[in-house]
Design a protein around this ligand. Structure first.
Ligand code: CA
Ligand code: CA
Ligand code: CA
Length: 511
């Protein structure tokens, strides 16, 4: 447990779970403290480019071991030798099309969007590091760029630099877990696992290697974009934890998923002021009508056009699968959910896929209208996440710490994970500060969707100030042994943009 002493009480720090040694029941999982080990995999879809911008703004919170060019069912490079490829049911056979077998699909020769993003990171790095510690040097990030199994959709026939990286990270003797975050297919992961199995399965080391890798790897994926989870990983490595991160809130359908009060975050006005006009990352970030195209002539990528109707775009030969929006507005960051629960915001969404956080949750939440909603588990946080994104975009163009806003910190005195007795009364002391000395608004609330106790508990205010918020909780008499109650301390500053941090406390009812 990483802890600091503050005002005479032991305080668990935001990124450091108090549950040492897997007391939460997830013995292989990251418990906070040091940064998570991460290998990020992307295909050259415009929304991966946007996800990458956001990821690099948070790269101070990760041990980035790889930024890996990857393929998917909708993007693959080909082998450069004219080999034809075809997978039944892909987009090239839909929409009345019959375009493959073909030699590559929606992949620009010499594609280097990951390198370009890191080049921009190098430009803004001197500013970023004024605002937070721990940003990796541009040189270090450049050394982490690899090419995975990009030649063909779902092809795991050979080792690649990307699959070798995954393989090495899973086999090394450094502590895990290794988060394999993919916004593309899983062929690079599958190839790494296949190589490990091929090498060890007929040796005495196999049971140990199988167990080690199964405990160390955590896959967080948006869907199964090339089918290799179904065809290889799930069948051969069923004990690897697979976290499905396919929330709708971050993607092309965000307009149908955000809460009404958050619609402005998708607008041209907000996006221009907070993203597109903000330095070189803003210029790189894809928005509707920006005149760009990832692959010249790609009939699925009409997003750069402005002022044309669906009918006009169709007449030009484009497959218009989502209607044109206002020039300058949000298109998509579809894969952002793969890393957002690893951010050190105090929600501890990394502990378990059921916890939830800015990247969503693997279950429904009950929305304010009382409906069980798959998107509300992510949309409930979207405004706070966008404000935080806007602040970090501002960091990229601001050379002085005092000229930008920084998130407050939320801490809780004592353990974050506690075993409690039925009927017991406990005090929870929240301690909040702000690096900019902003005014703070704090509250405690029960995250009823994430906890396993089916009811609600009364959160009784004892004292409430800007920097200390104490509540009293009585553990319900009808709580069953093993049930959990999740309580969240939330703090928002009055900076511009206003920023929110949290600390989650998990009470587990004793036998
Ligand atoms: Ca993608
Ligand atoms: Ca602040
Ligand atoms: Ca509950």
């Amino acid at each position: 447990m990483a802890a600091v002493s503050l005002a005479g009480v032991m305080v668990a720090t935001s990124g450091a779970s108090a549950s040492a040694g897997g007391a939460d029941g997830h013995s292989g999982g990251w418990t906070g403290g040091d940064k998570p080990r991460v290998i990020l995999m992307h295909d050259p879809e415009l929304d991966d480019q946007n996800t990458l911008v956001r990821y690099l703004l948070y790269s101070n919170e990760f041990n980035t071991e790889g930024l890996v060019y990857s393929s998917s069912g909708v993007h693959w490079a080909g082998d450069g030798k004219g080999t034809l490829w075809f997978v039944p049911g892909r987009e090239y056979t839909r929409f009345g099309l019959n375009l493959c077998p073909c030699t590559s699909w929606r992949w620009k020769p010499g594609e280097r969007f990951i390198d370009e993003a890191v080049d921009i990171y190098a430009q803004v790095y001197p500013n970023l590091r004024q605002h937070a510690a721990g940003y990796p040097s541009p040189r270090e990030l450049r050394s982490k760029i690899y090419t995975g199994n990009i030649e063909f959709d779902g092809d795991i026939s050979k080792d690649t630099p990307g699959s070798n990286l995954v393989r090495t990270s899973l086999l090394d003797n450094r502590p895990g877990p290794v988060y394999l975050l993919t916004g593309a297919g899983q062929s690079t992961i599958a190839r790494a696992l296949k190589s490990i199995k091929d090498q060890y399965q007929n040796t005495p080391a196999w049971p140990r290697i199988y167990q080690k890798v199964s405990q160390k790897a955590i896959i967080q994926s948006f869907g199964d974009q090339d089918g290799t989870y179904a065809s290889y990983i799930g069948q051969n490595w069923p004990d690897i934890e697979f976290r499905q991160m396919s929330t709708s809130i971050w993607g092309y359908g965000a307009r149908n998923a955000v809460l009404a009060q958050d619609a402005a975050y998708l607008s041209a006005q907000w996006t221009k002021a907070n993203v597109s006009d903000v330095g070189p990352f803003g210029a790189f970030y894809r928005v509707w009508g920006d005149g760009k195209q990832m692959v010249p002539g790609d009939i699925f990528d009409h997003f750069g056009f402005s002022g044309l109707t669906t009918e006009q775009l169709k007449a030009m030969g484009y497959v218009v699968w989502t209607p044109p929006q206002e020039k300058g507005s949000w298109i998509s960051e579809g894969d952002t959910s793969i890393f957002m629960n690893l951010i050190d915001n105090g929600l501890r969404g990394y502990v378990d896929a059921s916890y939830g956080g800015w990247g969503g949750r693997n279950a429904n939440d009950i929305d304010p209208n009382g409906a069980s909603s798959s998107s509300y588990a992510a949309s409930r946080w979207f405004g706070a996440a966008q404000q935080d994104f806007a602040a970090r975009m501002r960091w990229t163009v601001t050379s002085r710490h005092a000229k930008a806003n920084h998130a407050p910190t939320a801490k809780v005195a004592g353990q974050l994970d506690r075993t409690v007795k039925r009927g017991q009364t406990i005090l929870l002391t929240g301690l909040t500060t702000d690096p900019d000395h902003d005014q703070l608004t704090t509250n405690w609330w029960q995250y009823t969707d994430a906890d396993t106790y089916p009811g609600t508990v009364a959160v009784n205010q004892v004292t409430r100030g800007q920097h200390q918020n104490v509540v009293k909780i009585r553990v319900p008499a009808d709580a069953a042994p093993g049930q959990t109650i999740h309580l969240i301390l939330q703090v928002t500053d009055n900076g511009t943009p206003a920023l929110t941090s949290y600390q989650r406390v998990v009470l587990t009812v004793r036998n």
